[in-house]
Design a protein. Sequence first.
Length: 113
Amino acid sequence: MNNLSQLNQYRIMWIIVFFDLPTERAKDRKQAALFRKRLIEDGFTMFQFSIYMRHCPSRENADVHVKRVKSFLPPNGHVGILRITDKQFGMIELFYNKETEEKPKMHQQLSLF
């Protein structure tokens, strides 16, 4: 592994948004659905029902998306936003019915020069 790819593993970021939102009332369910919809519109994918993640090519790009998520936080419930490096994310171990599961595929970043 060359130095550039090693450096990129520490520069590339993942944003993980996890939440516990109330759903007792119809209004609460609507707000929870809207929050999920906005996460998807901003490029997040569902990892588990109330955990969404997004790949970002840099810390600066991650900051933009974190700010955007904060702008549409629902009025009630708990929301956590975690930023980790690609290197840290690469150490994840995933299991489904005790069987090892493949890691989520990293999105390709298109660069134009």
